[in-house]
Design a protein around this ligand. Structure first.
Ligand SMILES: NC(=O)c1ccc[n+]([C@@H]2O[C@H](COP(=O)([O-])OP(=O)(O)OC[C@H]3O[C@@H](n4cnc5c(N)ncnc54)[C@H](OP(=O)(O)O)[C@@H]3O)[C@@H](O)[C@H]2O)c1
Length: 385
């Protein structure tokens, strides 16, 4: 018997606090939940801010496996917003995999996903725990948007989807530190990908991939390949779900109308990539933003995202779109909260082990997000050229 339906670990951080606010406003009255983190005093402050004096508080440090095991065993669904996950995340994945507890995080670090896959896939599959990484802006709009697009294409044919992301938003100190630290680990990242590929492989008789790409001009945009976990997560959904057909390819792009903006994105990513490799430069980069802070409410209210999916399969071409407000924090906390409620309360397909949002929650999570104000739409449907 578990004490809680949902526990959120990291509720004192910028994103965790927003996710706790979302749960406080949207959980059904009969749901039982708790906030968790490493500092009782800070958690009391969050609880006061939520106006929930009776909300239980669980104290655990991410380096304390015994305390984490107790937290994992106390709940059906565990959300974590503690990051960087490569630094703080492993023990909690292990605890949830062992306890059979459903797990959600905001991982944008592919190395973390691949390492957890290799180490805990079998434990989680045996215990029944659904391990769902990247359950925020990374990668839910892209993963569910592709799932939504594929449904408009014929079955049992090769399918190609290009996702074009347009974002106008700021990022938090926690996200910035995660990105810079992650970019400094290219060698480890590649090694983790190889280790996962060697045990995962492709499903029998099918293939699903996210090949590397070069900047290009298509769909009326300048397109720059979008680095990060999204493309890999979508391709993993393609391996988990037969509906994606015998030969599925996903490419993930940042789209901009102007060549100068595309050149600016390439310049920024290259600067961060080079700077992150050299320790003194990395320290300088990390000092530019402090963890714990993020875009103001006013800035977030003006932020938006749109992801446009161009899908081709057999004789059909479709364009679908997912759009919403501030991607990194307002929508991320909404997505995370709805995903936790979906795992806890919805009637979902039977899955276990490392699963994507599309494979674990699919239609149920789309329904929830649409009700919560994120748009999923079919824009155009026509014969393929
Ligand atoms: N991919 C996405 O879509 C997306 C979107 C938003 C955020 N994120 C990720 O989410 C993570 C959090 O971002 P953020 O801006 O919210 O960061 P943040 O404000 O710095 O919050 C970090 C949280 O981690 C906690 N923490 C740090 N060390 C800990 C430890 N040893 N044990 C237990 N808790 C510990 C902090 O607790 P204290 O308060 O006690 O310091 C705080 O609650 C980052 O990795 C970021 O990349 C991803």
């Amino acid at each position: 018997m578990r004490n809680y339906d949902i526990v959120i670990f990291g509720a004192t951080g910028f994103t965790g606090r927003l996710a706790a606010e979302y749960l406080a406003e949207h959980l059904p009255a009969e749901a039982s939940w708790a906030i968790a983190g490493r500092s009782a005093q800070k958690l009391e402050g969050v609880r006061d801010g939520l106006g929930r004096p009776d909300l239980p508080i669980l104290v655990a440090d991410s380096s304390d496996p015994v305390a984490l095991a107790k937290v994992a065993a106390s709940t059906r669904v565990l959300i974590t917003t503690v990051g960087p996950l490569l630094k703080y995340g492993e023990e909690l994945v292990k605890a949830c995999a062992e306890a059979g507890t459903d797990y959600l995080d905001l991982a944008g670090e592919q190395e973390f996903l691949d390492t957890m896959f290799v180490k805990y896939r079998d434990t989680a599959t045996a215990s029944g725990a659904r391990i769902v990484h990247s359950a925020g802006f990374d990668s839910v709009p892209h993963d569910l948007g592709t799932y939504f697009t594929v449904k408009y294409l014929p079955e049992d044919v090769p399918i190609t989807v290009d996702g074009v992301v347009q974002v106008s938003a700021g990022i938090s100190g926690g996200t910035y530190h995660t990105v810079v630290n992650y970019l400094s680990r290219l060698r480890q990242w590649r090694a983790a990908a190889r280790a996962r590929a060697s045990i995962e492989g492709q499903p029998a008789g099918r293939v699903s991939q996210n090949p590397s790409a070069r900047p290009t001009r298509r769909f009326g945009f300048w397109l720059v390949p979008f680095p990060g976990v999204d493309g890999q997560n979508v391709a993993y959904s393609g391996r988990l779900l037969d509906r994606y057909g015998p030969d599925f390819t996903y490419r993930h792009w940042i789209g901009t109308r102007h060549f100068a903006a595309a050149a600016g994105i390439i310049g920024l990513v290259s600067t961060l990539l080079v700077g992150a490799q050299i320790k003194p430069l990395r320290s300088v980069l990390l000092e530019l933003k402090d963890p714990g802070k993020g875009p103001t409410e006013a800035a977030r209210a003006k932020s938006t995202f749109t992801v446009t999916f161009h899908g081709t399969g057999g004789d059909r071409h479709v364009i679908c779109r997912v759009s919403g407000g501030d991607p990194g924090y307002t929508e991320t906390s909404k997505i995370l909260g709805e995903a936790a409620m979906s795992l806890a309360f919805d009637d979902l397909p039977q899955t276990a082990g490392p699963v994507t949002p599309a494979a674990a929650m699919g239609d149920a999570l789309i329904d929830r997000l649409v009700k919560a104000g994120i748009t999923f739409e079919l824009v155009e449907e026509r014969p393929a050229k």
